[in-house]
Design a protein around this ligand. Structure first.
Ligand code: MEV
Length: 430
């Protein structure tokens, strides 16, 4: 029997006990375990960005219970927000009862854009580009022999005409480029810059921008899960009714951009946390996700929820996921390497399939909580600990102050300070 990601009581362990369980589960070396804390040295950080004065740490948690395409997976998440790791783990448990997440992803095709202006006839220029496609592809592929040797590289050239821009008509040349296991921004940008003079020669126009598009709609990832209704039973409400309320929550997001923005933010809580843990560019993923959510001309939900004929709750999520397992911060940051090892993600597609599952799980956790007891009860218990720490509580004081804040229903910094002062005063009394 394989390893199970259903590790009961994981949340009750101390961080170092969790490290031990994780090391055993994922066969991590002592050096890999050490990398879970303080993985980025100042000298490395100094080579990543400019004017470095330090590094900035965030919590790294492990979401349990995930089954993705039949494999048990532990999902590393880097996030500052309480409840996300717990929520993803809880929802993954619900999905597990229905066989887990079924995820798929397409080729790692990115789109590079070349903007061409000052054309007498935009359509005719587009036709000329199409007629010289092979020349353009050959030139693009000459910029990166390594990706070509890995069976990636330039795949196709497409043209689009923008008739009504504020600067008049323009042609946009799209270079479709298979980035394999890299996110690919650098290789696509390099190829677009290399193509620009040839595009000018072919069209007789002037090239302005040469840059990849973050609307990576040729690099989609999809996940689906089925939750048996009885798994959704609560103390007061039958699972079938909870499922119905979840579908109503989805309907709200499908119809209303104000709600869709928040609904999709919940999805991105899961996806961004895995992106951060693996050193991926979460701003690129965010940009792609929200642009994709508006692809029909109106911003809407990225996920859908329905009830199947057997009464099960069915969730589906599709979005662009331009992520890599090589290059960039993923290579430099030791913790990102360990995060990939924990998941056993060796290709960009493995990673995208786990990420889209984490997004769907996080969405389920949020809308289930919202459609039942509301999110504040669970959220406040964790938030209270942050408020207690911010008020100066240390050691056992953190839980004592947090519990008192929750009991009083007043999770505020000023009250935490009062409680802490009272607690310390009564302890110092003889
Ligand atoms: C909070 O970070 C995310 C939620 O607002 C998502 C949602 O409303 O679906 C809880």
């Amino acid at each position: 029997m394989g390893r199970s990601s259903r590790i009961s009581g994981f949340y009750k362990l101390s961080p170092s006990e969790r490290q031990r369980v994780l090391a055993d589960w994922a066969s991590l070396s002592p050096a890999q375990v050490a990398s879970l804390e303080g993985a980025l040295e100042l000298s490395q950080a100094d080579k990543m960005v400019e004017n470095v004065v330090g590094t900035y740490a965030l919590p790294l948690g492990i979401a349990t219970n995930f089954v993705v395409n039949g494999h048990d997976v532990l999902v590393p998440m880097v996030i500052e927000e309480p409840s996300v790791v717990a929520g993803a783990s809880y929802a993954a448990r619900l999905a597990r009862a229905g066989g887990g997440f079924h995820a798929e992803s397409g080729e790692s095709l990115m789109i590079g854009q070349i903007q061409v202006l000052e054309l007498a006839d935009v359509e005719a220029a587009g036709r000329k580009v199409q007629s010289q496609k092979q020349r353009l592809l050959d030139l693009a592929n000459s910029t990166d022999p390594v990706i070509v040797s890995l069976h990636g590289g330039a795949r196709d050239v497409e043209v689009r005409t923008l008739r009504d821009s504020p600067r008049g008509p323009m042609l946009v040349v799209h270079l479709l480029y298979d980035c394999r296991d890299a996110m690919g921004a650098n290789m696509v940008n390099t190829a677009c810059e290399a193509l620009a003079p040839l595009v000018e020669e072919i069209t007789g126009g002037r090239v302005n921008l040469r840059i990849l598009s973050n609307l990576a709609d040729r690099r989609l990832a999809r996940a689906r899960c089925v939750v048996p209704a009885k798994e959704l039973d609560t103390e007061n409400t039958a699972g079938a009714l909870v499922a119905q309320h979840i579908v109503e929550a989805y309907a709200f997001a499908a119809a209303d951009p104000y709600r869709a923005a928040t609904h999709n933010k919940g999805i991105m809580n899961g996806i961004d946390a895995v992106a951060l843990a693996t050193g991926n560019d979460w701003r690129a993923i965010e940009a792609g996700a929200h642009a994709y959510a508006a692809r029909a001309g109106r911003y809407t939900s990225l996920s859908t929820w329905s009830i199947d004929p057997a009464g099960n709750l069915v969730g589906e999520l599709e979005l662009p996921l331009a992520v890599g397992v090589v290059g960039g911060a993923t290579r430099v940051h030791r913790c990102a390497q360990v995060a990939l090892a924990i998941m056993g993600a060796t290709t960009a597609r493995d990673l995208a399939e786990i990420m889209v599952s984490a997004g769907l799980a996080q969405n389920l956790a949020a809308i289930r909580a919202l459609a039942t007891e509301g999110i504040q009860r669970g959220h406040m218990a964790l938030h209270a600990r942050q408020v207690a720490i911010a008020a100066g509580a240390v050691g056992d004081e953190v839980d004592q102050v947090a519990d008192a804040l929750v009991q009083e229903g007043a999770v505020r910094g000023d009250r935490a300070q009062q409680l802490l002062a009272n607690m310390r005063q009564s302890k110092s009394r003889p």
